[in-house]
Design a protein around this ligand. Structure first.
Ligand code: PNS
Length: 161
């Protein structure tokens, strides 16, 4: 069974994340969405809220294909991947600005665990510029976020501000 892991902060999950999840489901038999507790980013939503939002958003996925589940994790990603039998880390790649950070992270993870590979899925046209950070900022300033997150997530975001 090919098990992939898609890690992130998911603060909150956006349409960009969902696009990567949908496509990763076509590659793996089982996909674990790993929601990070420790990320040095002072998230807006608690780990419980972020995990619940991911679970709500993926409920409709994977019915015909991959088994898909969301789990919270703390500590090193590669350890969590190994503990869950996953040997491939999936990351979405948006604009060029993502590249250096992602490249560095993939190499650090490879040094830590050469048995675990990172693969990148390029963001699709419609989600290329979506970032959780900007979605939060737009929501905080009262802007329209309906193109970037689901109505469910938009409601939860609006209730924060
Ligand atoms: O969505 P993000 O914030 O870009 O995701 C970053 C994340 C959570 C994948 C990364 O910070 C991570 O893997 N954190 C777990 C701790 C870890 O393994 N750090 C070493 C990475 S080289």
């Amino acid at each position: 069974m090919k098990i992939g892991i898609y890690p992130g902060s998911f603060d909150p999950i956006t349409n960009g994340h969902k696009d990567v999840i949908k496509r990763a489901c076509l590659i793996f038999d089982r996909l674990i969405i790993a929601v990070a507790l420790d990320n040095n980013k002072s998230p807006l939503f608690s780990i419980e809220q972020r995990l619940a939002m991911v679970e709500q958003e993926i409920a409709e996925y994977g019915k015909d294909g991959a088994i898909i589940e969301a789990k919270a994790f703390s500590g090193l990603l590669v350890k969590f991947a190994r503990d869950n039998g996953a040997d491939i880390i999936v990351r979405g790649l948006r604009a060029i600005s993502d590249f250096e950070y992602e490249f560095q992270m993939s190499h650090m993870n490879y040094k830590l665990a050469p048995d675990i590979q990172t693969i990148f899925l390029p963001a699709s046209d419609s989600t290329q510029f979506i970032s959780s950070r900007f979605v939060k900022e737009i929501a905080r300033l009262g802007g329209d976020i309906s193109n970037f997150v689901s109505p469910n997530i938009a409601t939860q975001l609006k209730s924060c501000f």
